[in-house]
Design a protein around this ligand. Sequence first.
Ligand SMILES: Cc1ncc(COP(=O)(O)O)c(C=O)c1O
Length: 501
Amino acid sequence: MGSNISPLWSDYLKRVIMDLAIALDSNAVPLHRQLYEELRQAILSGRLAPKERIPSTRSLSKSLGISRTTVTQSYEQLLSEGYIQTIVGCGTFVCDQLPDLMLRSTPVESQQKIVRPLCQLSKYGIGLSQTDVSLMREPDTAISFRYGRPAFDKFPMQLWRKLLLSHCRKGSSWLDYATDPQGHRPLREAIARYLSRSRAVQCDPDSVIMTNGSQQALYMVMRLLIDPGDAIAIEDPGYLSGRRIFLSQGAKLLPIGVDESGLLVKDLADTTEPIKLVYVTPSHQFPTGAILSLPRRLELLSWAHSTGAMIIEDDYDSEYRYGDRPIPALQGLDKSDSVLYIGTFSKVLFPSLRIGYLVLPQNLVSIFTRAKWLSDRQLPLLEQYILTDFIEEGHLERHLRRMRSHYDQCRSVLVQALKAHFGEQATILGEKAGIHLMVRLYTSFSDEEIIHRAAKVGVGMMSAQPHYLKAHRPGEFIFGYSELTFSQIEEGISRLAEVLK
Ligand SMILES: Cc1ncc(COP(=O)(O)O)c(C=O)c1O
């Protein structure tokens, strides 16, 4: 009997049998030969394990839509070569002992797959392959001062679940492609109102583009505004992930120092090299915690205006400001369309939400929108719907008020503990803001030794060193406090002081 293939898939057949994808091409060599090869490869590569049962000729012919004779022919060949065996009354199985010939051919075949020549990478691909993108090692000790995350146990889960369910019940529109790559318009409206109210950002919904966190916003800036060799000024120390994005594009990084009033704008202005872009965290310098003073903000904006450089303002956690009135965003002072403002919900809500935003000068909106559409179409709609309600119904600002008060207390506990246990041996850097604190410890130990000693008593420490491009000062550590209880903070600092005596 010849092959008898359903016209529906006469060109290409693909079926999964026992988790095994079998592809048959009806236009190529005889089907029984193809099936034989597919099964043989599956046995040699281990996808079909020794002693594993394979389907009967009847069921395989049915599921593949080919004649039983075709399947029988393939099986007979596999039987004759010792790949499979039939046990009367039980079925057909992969042989336990494969012939020497096959065993010898296995490494050669798998080698052939691995040694396929690599295609030539693009310039960007090469730059990326040379950029360190390794994850920073985070301590997994009982008390870990790791930083960068909000307190997950304080997240309003019930409320979020309620909003989620209500959108699932309402309908299925969120399953579809979005028509607007800039992001769900009601969400952009809510964010625009929130930003002008709480951060004095000049923006309307049309200048907002929703992004997959700050990370994608920075990535898009790099793709659209930076060519290899362009000079980018960065804070030193500064945000490592931002620096890596620029490096992967082959940008030339100019590290500019930071003091207790933020970026040393004078050093920036003294640079002779033409600078395309400067990346800053003015409201809570990462990681030192300094706030860029008003005179320096004005100086920076005036420098950008006169040189034509663009400023990226990364406003990643300025919602958390304790005590004083919030300092308005740099973008709010800009009169020359020099600032690209980036915000995120990673610290305010949770990082896996992956919702951030860019507020752009009007003339950049359309190109960023195009890039967004071509790169990933849109952000997931369901999360955007939920977040819109969360902001519009006032939950965001309520949540922020609660968390501000909680983190303020955590911070005070940490500061008190450091003062009590270290006294003059520790300097607390930065202003009363954010969810981490940078501390300079004066000890006779190296950073590695401090981390090692702390770990031995169950305390996790993270050095500020990776965030420096130029020489860093030893003894500087970043203490995240948002995930710890008050007593854990006290206990952690007490143990640390003990082992550093
Ligand atoms: C300076 C800075 N920017 C941005 C982010 C957040 O990035 P994302 O929104 O991609 O989670 C962080 C996170 O630690 C950060 O420290």
